[in-house]
Design a protein around this ligand. Sequence first.
Ligand code: NAD
Length: 247
Amino acid sequence: MMKEITPQDLAGLIRRHSRLVALTGAGISVESGIPDFRSPGGLWTRYDPMEYASIQAFRKNPVKVWQLLLEMDATITPAVPNPAHYALAALEAQGKLLGVITQNVDNLHQAAGSKKVVEYHGNALRFVCDHCRGHHPREMLDFSHLPLYCLCGGLVRPDVVFFGEPIPPAAQKEANDLAQACGLLLIIGTSGEVSPANYLPMLAKDHGAVIVENNLEPTILTRGVTDYLLQGKAGELWPEVMKNLGN
Ligand code: NAD
């Protein structure tokens, strides 16, 4: 039976459990100025994902897909972590949290100081060749001449997982290992609509983890897998949790 909790209750749970793992999504970065995709005004309300975010679309019409990629880049590049990112980094530094599995591509967990970050959907600040996977430093790229090509002739792209592409095997393995090892899973800011990331909470639960969810609204995870729901903005609630933990 799912139960709603306060930041103070969550601090108590964190005190009583070891081996915390966080699974984060777009919602944790909203207060850093990066809109999630599904809320009103979000990218998916303006761009059809299959037309603009699938690997087939990118290879067929890269210039069109770069419209979306440039908009994402302009939003992500100046963004800085918010208190929720810093809270997870602090819990890791205190030896409570094993790591963060993030669906985000914005690098904000790393910027906040988190060391173990599983980039489940890649990282939009890195650019690679779609053909040879060679790296292309961002400062060498001229976004005014699109599309961008590698010396091998392949298309340069952000190192993110497009729709239609598999999760990088190393990230999938690390995510599975963390889910199976964890005692308390902190789900923050994900609607649970994107597969296969949305299987990780059930994997953790099947291996004995208690599941906490922090979202603005209940999601499909709330009824299916969540034990405790902390409803509200991550950037406002996590400082309260940390204060109750004595930070
Ligand atoms: P989503 O947009 O489907 O869901 C976001 C969830 O966060 C919603 O449940 C919403 O209620 C909640 N939320 C919004 N603001 C919040 C806040 N301040 N505090 C707590 N919760 C909040 O996001 P998703 O499940 O991550 O799936 C979208 C996909 O798009 C992911 O795969 C992700 O890779 C990608 N994406 C990434 C970024 C990013 O890197 N920052 C941004 C948008 C989308």
